[in-house]
Design a protein around this ligand. Structure first.
Ligand SMILES: Nc1ncnc2c1ncn2[C@@H]1O[C@H](COP(=O)(O)OP(=O)(O)OP(=O)(O)O)[C@@H](O)[C@H]1O
Ligand SMILES: [Mg+2]
Length: 191
């Protein structure tokens, strides 16, 4: 049976999170990508939920969905669960969750996505600014350079690596795997 995978990408601004997310999902054949900041064009750009629904009924789809409000965002999460067997991508996920709040639909995707084979790829700058459900359930956590003590100490919880050594001094576009097996040569198998 296929196993869903949750990948979380962190790192300071402009170091390559969005670029990496595009790379990770480049072979996905069933993808809904929530593009809050209008940065993606690696699929068909869709603004309204009717069009989103129609496309997601196809056997294969690469949808870049730009929700106009929270309701449309939640619609996309509901649809992802209902359709299943797909990759859901949410860059700038800190626009939708904080350390204490998590929309119910997002909580559902994180905790029960496995049952619907919904894989999830998310990115944000600081892991401690998003709800712990996400990092706690992630199979892979990648980080670009980080400087803040709070951020590094948050990430230390997940690894025995000496993050003061490895994460503070990473060059631009370089990242490390905090948890999970991940390498650019061996991309994860996503729906
Ligand atoms: N591995 C890479 N090789 C070459 N260029 C890269 C690489 N990664 C990122 N870049 C370039 O660096 C710039 C910033 O990258 P990107 O937008 O992915 O950063 P980000 O971490 O998502 O930033 P933000 O936090 O602002 O969203 C872009 O112009 C991108 O094309
Ligand atoms: Mg980005």
């Amino acid at each position: 049976m296929r196993r869903n995978i949750i990948i979380a990408v962190f790192g300071r601004k402009g170091l390559g999170k969005t670029y990496l997310v595009k790379w990770i999902v480049r072979r996905s054949r069933r993808m809904i990508l929530i593009d809050t900041l209008n940065e993606y064009n690696n699929g068909t750009v869709v603004y309204d939920t009717d069009a989103l629904f129609d496309m997601a009924m196809e056997p294969e789809f690469r949808i870049v969905f730009r929700p106009l409000n929270d309701e449309d965002f939640e619609y996309a999460l509901d649809l992802a669960i209902a359709v299943g067997n797909l990759t859901l991508v949410i860059d700038e996920i800190d626009q939708h969750t904080t350390s204490y709040s998590l929309p119910e639909k997002l909580r559902w995707v994180i905790h029960y996505g496995r049952h619907y084979n919904v894989s999830l790829v998310v990115a944000a700058r600081m892991p401690q600014r998003i709800r712990t459900d996400i990092t706690a359930q992630a199979d892979v956590i990648l980080s670009f350079q980080q400087q803040g003590k709070a951020t590094i100490s948050y990430l230390k919880d997940f690894t025995d690596l000496d993050l003061d050594l490895y994460v503070r001094d990473l060059e631009a576009h370089k990242f490390i795997s905090i948890i999970g097996d991940f390498s650019l040569d061996n991309p994860p198998d996503l729906p």
